[in-house]
Write a protein that binds this ligand. Structure first.
Ligand code: NDP
Length: 478
């Protein structure tokens, strides 16, 4: 079993407490690596390393900053197979999906922001004769990135590249439940020639490492992805030091299926919207709103396809892997019971898998129909492989139901009517809308939440705004 330390100031370090914890394979329940358990003292060490590293980074010519980030992407592509294994080992997703994450998502994001690093331009503001005013984008300093377990490198590679491109040093706190995918980020940065201390990785509990990052006066921005309750707590605590806060919280997307669709393509797309990564994706589409005229046929085909998905360990490349942890398994099974008790009809799945998979945290694709949009099973984020099917009669009703949730992260729709596609998209209250292909898009498209799904936008060139502050310089030259 491999041991991993904290990554501080360009080297692997033991935790100040000397303690470790086990990273666990959710397909077997067995430990797969031992990891140093960071604490508040380690946060102090990381901030002490990051602060001068940020200054060194800011002093580099921007072409060099850009080239160094580009080298990080090249290293990720070179080591993609090894990094994909780490991503899968403790998060449970398929190895194929993890490979795509490293090559097409993480490396691509570093390339995208490498290209932006030397284009953070300000503006000239007209005043009057003899005066000149202009704006300059300056980095915040040190930023902290508190990430969840549903794809550690996927999550870390979202906010770290724009923060670095803007001239900041970063401290990443991965989730204890799954973190191995992100553990090598600091080492990759060092090999790419970034200053020691610019990228630090500190595993450890949210209640100590996470809170210490939020409270630390030497940290100037917090980017958090995870649950609403923790996001709210972070925002309250960050007020004490007036940190910049970006929150990407839960979602409960509606997947609206109109009657004029290609049924085979829509069923297949909706299956992956609901069950990719065992439903543990914030922009999953588990809430299926299906036009009443096609609901019966759609449901039959959707259930048949759900039952055909192969379920098993991510390392064996099954179509669907386990839930990330025993805690998440308990939450998903509890929500399935809630759905049954509320009167929804369980069409398939609904129980933990046994046999050869009994030691892992496996729940098969689960589908409910006869669901009312006001039921908890439809309103709450289950964050597991549980889809609900809700019929609708009119476009207005579909839009109203889609928006009738506290969340507003993503929604999607399937139709062959172009006018309807744009009309419905314009009425959906969410930061992202997918039309005729779930998850389509790229790092170039801003992502974030309306309503309780968060504040701020990650991805897209706007993401660097999270990590810069604007200065206006006013000059009398006449
Ligand atoms: P949390 O919000 O508890 O955890 C997310 C991250 O925040 C982890 O790194 C965690 O550390 C850290 N954290 C926890 N408490 C604090 C704190 N007080 N201060 C600072 N950081 C903290 O998510 P859970 O893992 O408990 O998942 C619960 C639910 O959240 C899920 O069922 C799902 O609904 C939602 N979720 C949404 C995600 C998304 O992508 N939007 C991702 C993950 C979860 P650690 O766990 O190591 O203690």
């Amino acid at each position: 079993m491999k041991n991993y330390g904290l990554y501080i100031a360009g080297s692997w370090e033991e935790a100040a407490s000397g303690q470790t914890f086990d990273a666990t394979d959710p397909a077997t329940g067995q430990p797969v690596a031992r990891v140093a358990l960071g604490g508040p003292q380690d946060v102090d060490r990381a901030v002490a390393a990051a602060t001068p590293a940020a200054k060194e980074w800011q002093a580099l010519p921007l072409s060099e900053r850009s080239a160094a980030l580009y080298r990080m992407a090249q290293i990720m592509r070179r080591d993609a197979d090894e990094l994909a294994v780490l991503e899968t080992l403790d998060s449970g997703g398929s190895l194929y999906y993890s490979g795509v994450t490293i090559r097409d998502v993480a490396a691509r994001r570093f390339e995208y922001f490498a290209g932006l690093a030397d284009k953070l331009e300000g503006e000239q503001i007209p005043l009057r004769d003899g005066y000149l005013a202009y704006t300059v984008r300056e980095p915040l300093g040190v930023t902290a990135h508190i990430i969840p377990w549903n794809g550690p490198m996927w999550e870390a590679s979202r906010s770290v590249p724009p923060a670095l491109a803007a001239g900041n040093a970063v401290i990443v706190k991965p989730a204890q439940e799954a973190l191995l995918g992100a553990i090598k980020l600091g080492e990759i940065a060092k090999e790419a020639g970034l200053p020691d201390g610019l990228v630090n990785v500190i595993p450890g509990p949210g209640s100590s490492v996470g809170q210490a990052l939020v409270d630390h006066p030497g940290i100037h921005g917090i980017t958090f992805t995870g649950s609403v309750a923790v996001g709210q707590d972070i925002m309250r605590r960050a007020a004490a030091t007036l940190k910049r806060v970006v929150l990407e919280l839960g979602g409960n997307a509606a997947n609206i299926v109109f009657p004029d669709v290609d049924m085979a393509q829509t069923v297949e797309g909706s299956i992956w919207a609901a069950f990719s990564n065992a439903g543990q994706i914030c922009v999953s589409g588990p809430r299926l709103l299906v036009h009443e005229s096609i609901a019966e046929e759609f449901t039959e085909r959707f259930v048949a396809r759900a039952e055909s998905l192969s379920v098993g360990p991510g390392m064996e490349n099954h179509e669907m892997g386990p839930l990330v942890s025993e805690k998440q398994l308990a939450r998903v099974l509890e929500m399935i019971e809630v759905g049954k008790a509320e009167g929804a009809r369980l069409l398939t799945g609904g129980a933990r898998l046994g046999g050869a998979l009994a030691n892992g945290y496996f729940v098969p694709p689960t589908v409910f129909d006869r669901v009312d949009n006001r039921m908890r099973i439809a309103q709450e984020e289950v964050f597991g492989p549980v889809a609900t099917i809700i019929p609708f009669a009119s476009e207005d009703e579909a839009i109203a139901m889609a928006n009738d949730t506290p969340y507003g992260l993503a929604n999607g729709l399937w139709t062959s009517d172009l006018g309807r596609a744009h009309r419905v998209a314009s009425h959906l209250q969410s930061g992202q809308v997918y039309v005729n292909e779930w998850f389509c898009g790229d790092i170039s498209c801003p992502a974030g939440g309306y309503k309780m799904s968060g504040i701020g936008r990650e991805e897209g060139r706007q993401a660097v705004d999270n990590y810069t502050q604007l200065k206006s310089v006013r000059v009398k030259w006449g």
